[in-house]
Design a protein around this ligand. Structure first.
Ligand code: HEM
Length: 484
């Protein structure tokens, strides 16, 4: 049976429509009163059904050219940390990673660095019990809703700790390093249209994302059904430093003299191999780099306008790294191959093992990189990604992808079998321990001869500054928590 869209919170699926988003973190100070207020507030929570309807309306308005003038939206979701749920009387969710919280999991047991975590995520303002996710068509709309809708209702029952806000950077949804974000999301059986393309990952079981649905193998209490574990993570991005690092390493491959300027097409092509997608989102598997790019005139600057053929490629997302021993198109170490390895994890029956799938709902924060920062090669403004993902199992989802894949030089597996080198870390989010210089590398195939690899040292251009694990209960789950 398809998951009940009247019961699921809308950021999990289909996603809250947004141009601007604020995460409002709170500590519960009066449990009984908070439960009462949440009961009254329930009608304002945006369910999957409402979000789906809203997105349809916005799509229509956009189609008619009315998007910015006429449509104002505000959507609200709520999630709780393990500490928050415990306060509310729920201690039986049964997920040890969730219970320990992100600080313990990522700093004590993982590779995040304590000194880089911001105090607010370590409890300096108070214990994070929960977070409101407020997604809207504009910053004013969010602020007005906080002032008139959220604050008066909850201010006597919680202590507001701090907020984190982000905005869609431009109409093409490009993240700070310059690539289109949010392109590839798993499609969910029973919710998204069935994808029958042969190569593409196809639709995954809803239970990989939504608790208690088909495919969820963990046991959970009844009240948790139709909820999902939410990961929130603040990732600072050092953009000019990242670009300079990429160019420094690309230069020898492009065989250009050090003082010579690199052509835009060369930079764009070779740095796209770090992500595995072109800046416009199309994968290098589906549209490999032209072989003459190193000698060629620069590619025209990407203005975000896609040809009909490219639009089709972007929508189909129809590739699977079938050629698992080769990296002629997409390097083993590229971000998308490290974090969603597709055919690298094929089951014996020929289907893809997508049990580690997660749905991403992040948003960028901070201003776009200024010309002065680009000129000086140094970041002076705070910017990055407020990474958000949903999964039914933290161990299988976020934790596996970050700790066991991105941070492990041997992943994707089996590449050393024929004497080849290890892929190395994920060039975007891979982390290594402070004194472990050995693990700090990616092996990049040469563009002109992919059978030859070069070892590049990474620089720390994405810095984990904190976060928390939350649980986003269903509407019936919230009713159970508050006892109505
Ligand atoms: C600042 C940090 C990050 C940046 C700049 C970044 C950038 C990107 C880009 C440009 C894409 C390709 C477009 C798309 O499908 O959305 C992508 C895909 C993806 N990223 Fe990240 N990402 C970051 C952090 C993370 C983290 C922390 C994770 C998980 C631990 C992650 C997991 C994924 C996944 C699963 C995909 C989809 C791959 C696919 O299905 O092809 N990313 N990311």
């Amino acid at each position: 049976m398809a998951p009940n869209i009247k019961n699921i919170q809308g950021d999990i699926w289909p996603r809250l429509p947004k141009k601007y988003e604020t995460f409002l973190f709170f500590e519960i100070t009066d449990v009984e009163q908070f439960k009462h207020e949440l009961g009254v507030f329930l009608k304002h929570l945006t369910t999957a059904e409402t979000a789906h309807r809203l997105r349809g309306k916005l799509y229509e308005a956009k189609w008619c050219g009315l998007w910015s003038q006429l449509v104002e939206t505000i959507c609200t979701n709520i999630s709780f940390s393990a500490a928050g749920l415990e306060k509310l009387g729920k201690t039986d969710l049964g997920d040890s990673i969730f219970k320990r919280g992100m600080y313990h999991d990522m700093v004590h047991d993982g590779l995040d660095r304590d000194a880089e975590w911001l105090g607010e995520f370590k409890g300096s303002r108070g214990q994070i019990d929960g977070v409101f996710t407020l997604a809207a068509s504009s910053e004013d709309t969010v602020n007005n809703w906080m002032a008139d809708g959220i604050n008066p209702r909850f201010s006597k029952t919680v202590r507001w700790l701090f907020t984190q806000s982000g905005a869609v950077l431009n109409k093409y949804d490009i993240e700070h390093f310059g690539w289109k974000d949010g392109v590839s999301q798993p499609l969910i059986k029973g919710l998204d249209p069935e994808n029958t393309e042969k190569l593409s990952p196809g639709n995954i079981h809803p239970g990989y994302i939504i608790v208690g649905e088909e495919g969820d193998t963990q046991s959970h209490p009844d009240w948790a059904k139709d909820g999902s574990f939410m990961v929130f993570r603040r990732l600072k991005q050092l953009v000019p430093e990242f670009t300079n690092w990429a160019v420094k390493n690309i230069r020898p491959q492009a065989e250009l003299p050090n003082e010579g300027g690199l052509k835009l097409g060369v930079i764009s092509t070779l740095s796209s191999r770090l992500v595995g997608r072109w800046p416009n989102g199309i994968s290098l598997e589906e549209k490999p780099a032209p072989s003459d790019v190193l000698t060629d005139k620069a590619l025209p600057e990407d203005d975000g306008q896609l040809s009909a053929e490219d639009r089709k490629l972007l929508a189909s997302n129809n590739f699977d790294f079938q050629d698992i021993q080769h990296q002629n198109k997409c390097p083993f170490a590229s971000h998308i191959r490290k974090v969603r390895p597709r055919a690298e994890l094929m089951r014996p029956d020929g289907t893809l093992d997508d049990t580690h799938a997660m749905i991403r709902r992040g948003i960028s924060f901070g201003p776009v990189t200024s010309n002065e920062e680009k000129r000086n090669g140094v970041t002076t403004h705070d910017r990055g990604l407020l990474f958000v993902s949903y999964q039914s199992n933290l161990h299988n989802g976020f934790r596996q992808v970050q700790n066991e894949w991105a941070n492990k030089t041997s992943f994707p597996p089996g590449k050393t079998r024929n004497g080849g080198p290890e892929p190395g870390l994920d060039p975007i989010i891979g982390q290594w321990a402070e004194n472990d210089d050995e693990s700090n590398f990616i092996n990049m195939p040469r563009f002109d001869d992919p059978s030859v690899t070069e070892k590049w040292k990474l620089e720390r251009c994405v810095i984990a500054e904190g976060g928390e694990y939350f649980f986003a209960p269903s509407i019936s789950g919230i009713k159970d928590i508050i006892g109505v």
